[in-house]
Design a protein around this ligand. Structure first.
Ligand code: ATP
Ligand code: MG
Length: 200
């Protein structure tokens, strides 16, 4: 069985994430894709939204896809979520599964800086998808990574979680930028709306 891991902060999950996972699944005939929200990502500030909420939104996003699942692995472990630790544990827990790790072009370019990347690259192959704003050029990676990153084409989606959070805070619509059920979740819960007293 082949499983793609879709890691990220998912703060919130949006259609760029969904399309990346679907492109990787389709091109590389993955049996499943597991969306795995990180606890504290190594490369950015901790989210203002709890892991629980990010997991719930991811669950809403995948609910109608027969081969998409949500994994609470990193949130449950806590601490800083290093992919090398996660992949080590996943391979130990599911020795029969062949894992791939799905990442957008911005992360592909950042790969050389990932924690213990040489060890990680020896354990898993990456599937890189294009994303506006970042050149997806595997030839520019250090040679030990070049054979380890395969490409899956997807339509360019110029959407980020940062953009979604800022649109909600400004009262702008995010409908169709996130899955419908995620839209409902964000609207109903009021997350990302400016808190009373913090607006200028
Ligand atoms: P933020 O703005 O908070 O960084 P983000 O939109 O970049 O959020 P992340 O949770 O950081 O989302 O990203 C998780 C993974 O999904 C990363 O590998 C990232 O490259 C990829 N990804 C995110 N948005 C897109 C997109 N629009 N197109 C392709 N890949 C994407
Ligand atoms: Mg990001």
């Amino acid at each position: 069985m082949k499983v793609g891991i879709m890691g990220g902060t998912f703060d919130p999950i949006h259609i760029g994430h969904m399309l990346a996972a679907e492109a990787a699944r389709d091109v590389y005939k993955l049996d499943e894709v597991w969306f795995m929200p990180s606890h504290i990502p190594p490369h950015k500030q901790a989210s203002g939204v709890t892991g629980e909420i990010r997991l719930e939104m991811a669950a809403e996003a995948v609910y109608d896809h027969p081969s998409f699942r949500v994994l609470d692995f990193e949130i449950e472990r806590g601490g800083v979520s290093y992919t090398v630790d996660t992949v080590t544990e996943l391979r130990r827990k599911y020795p029969q599964i062949e894992f791939r790790f799905i990442i957008g072009a911005d992360m592909v370019n950042y790969l050389p800086k990932w924690h213990r990347i040489e060890e990680l690259a020896a354990m898993i192959q990456f599937i890189g998808v294009n994303r506006p704003g970042s050149q997806l050029d595997v030839q520019q990676l250090p040679s030990f990574l070049q054979n380890n990153v395969k490409i899956a084409d997807m339509p360019y989606v110029d959407i980020s979680s940062t953009m979604i959070r800022s649109r909600v805070a400004k009262g702008e619509s995010i409908r169709y930028m996130v899955p419908d059920r995620v839209y409902d979740y964000i609207t109903r819960s009021g997350i990302y709306a400016i808190q009373p007293g913090t607006a200028d």
